[in-house]
Design a protein around this ligand. Structure first.
Ligand code: PLP
Length: 438
């Protein structure tokens, strides 16, 4: 039952001599028992180099919402690679993809393409500053908006001083402290804190940026309070700031029209990545024409050698077209399978004495172990009482039983996950919980 990871271990040893930690993205180092090496992916499954196979709920950390190796996406990418790799010029597919996004996402009147969610967020913030002539950005503790210096303040929480003033904590060493003065970070779902921030920094806040559902942080998948996103919209309107939705997680996952459709609240600008592209490297930002046009009518710069890389654009176009076909039938299937998984996991919660918690949004489930019974509404409450050692043991126990989830306990669901996959997963989860309780 327990997998062997011998070849992965040998590769990791070799990698560590030339790649720090043997990984190219810091969070991959958190894997249990150590970072693994992978050989193949197909549909809902991946295989590591030791030949262990897994039902995959990591899905590239979200992008592979149709599963690994969707044939139509792969064909489109290969055809484009053969017919012309890259022009540093425009392609018609780029227009088609922008048009499709504008059709699906109601607040997207214009779109620009880039390569990662971090870049898309960076561009939204630059545009908001350009449009308002202000520098401060209001963001929420524990939300993740990429790793760039300017915004990666407050991900690790806020430091509250005895006089009540709060200061955002940097995510990383190496971030210039001068950037902190441009960030106002408050707890999410706290309308009073938002209103206070606008009062304290009257006329200084360029934008409020939020994950519409708090996917990141300690125990993700936290929903906004009823009316909270609308309150942000109203506060931005009343104070001349722009509302930015970081839809890197929610976009094309919770709904084809993203959070704007799901919650019925329009943002001025939105950042997209992950489920936009189906596993090719593409991201986008979109929003109101009047704001987006600043990219050409003012000296608000957005450039990039690989922006709208044609193989990625045609792959994303095919992917998004498939996702949107038949009134979003594939997305409905993903939501249905997510609900199946969530229900099964909730049944297991009733059967175990371990403090297993389950949350879900359309397209993704989260599991965590947490003894403290307080309501989880934001970064501060999410961090209380989490049992990280049980979380790590659970991650490994699931992996040993052929189920691959993220170490933080976020499970992405794809259209390729079958009812059998979910049933096998739940059997593995039952067995894993039994092994952890004994
Ligand atoms: N914003 C959110 C909400 C994310 O979850 C992420 C990544 O997980 C990012 C931004 C950064 O995206 P990327 O990793 O593509 O730079």
């Amino acid at each position: 039952m327990i997998n062997s990871y011998t070849l992965s271990k040998a590769l990791l040893g070799r990698a560590r001599a030339v790649i720090p930690g043997g990984v190219s993205s810091g969070n991959r180092a958190n894997w249990t028992p150590f970072p693994l090496y992978y050989a193949r992916g197909d549909g809902s499954r991946v295989w590591d180099v030791d030949g262990n196979d897994y039902i995959d709920y990591v899905l590239g950390r979200g992008p592979l919402i149709l599963g690994h190796g969707e044939p139509e996406v792969i064909d489109a990418v290969c055809r484009q690679l053969r017919s012309g790799q890259f022009f540093a010029g425009q392609t018609e597919a780029e227009i088609e993809l922008a048009e499709l996004i504008c059709t699906l996402v109601s607040n997207a009147e214009m779109v620009r393409f880039c390569n990662s969610g971090s870049e898309a967020v960076h561009a939204c913030i630059r545009l908001a500053r350009s449009a308002t002539g202000r520098e401060k950005v209001l963001r929420f503790a524990g939300h993740y908006h990429g790793w760039y210096d300017g915004i990666a303040w407050g991900f690790s929480g806020v430091d509250v001083h005895p006089d009540g003033a709060s200061f955002p904590l940097p995510m990383s060493l190496g971030q210039p402290s001068s950037d902190a003065s441009n960030i106002v970070a408050v707890e999410w779902n706290d309308s009073e804190a938002v209103a206070n921030a606008f009062r304290t920094y009257r006329g200084e806040i360029a934008a409020v940026i939020t994950e519409p559902i708090m996917f990141n942080g300690f125990w993700s998948n936290i929903q906004p309070f009823e009316g909270f996103l609308r309150f942000l919209r109203e506060q931005c309107d009343a104070n001349g700031a722009l509302l930015v939705f970081d839809e890197v997680q929610t976009g094309f996952r919770i709904s084809l029209g993203g959070a704007v459709e799901h919650f019925g609240v329009a943002a001025d600008l939105s950042a997209f990545a992950k489920a936009l592209s189906g596993g090719v490297c593409l991201a986008a930002f979109a929003g109101r024409k009047e704001v987006m046009k600043r990219l050409i009518e003012t000296n608000t710069v957005h450039t990039g050698t690989y922006n709208a890389y044609p193989p990625a654009v045609v792959g994303a176009l095919r992917h998004l077209t498939l996702l949107a076909a038949s009134s979003g039938a594939k997305l409905q299937r993903i939501h249905h399978q997510t609900a199946l998984l969530e229900r099964g996991l909730r049944d297991l919660v009733r059967q175990t004495e371990l403090p297993l918690l389950v949350r879900a949004s359309p397209g993704a489930v989260t599991t965590a172990f947490r003894a403290a019974p307080t309501q989880v509404i934001n970064h501060r409450s999410a961090a209380e009482g989490l049992d990280f050692s049980l979380q790590r043991a659970w991650h490994l126990a699931m992996q040993d039983r052929g189920v691959r989830i993220t170490p933080e306990g976020l499970w992405y669901v794809s259209a390729a996950h079958s009812a059998t996959d979910i049933a096998v997963t739940l059997d593995a989860a039952r067995d894993a919980l039994q092994s952890l309780s004994s």
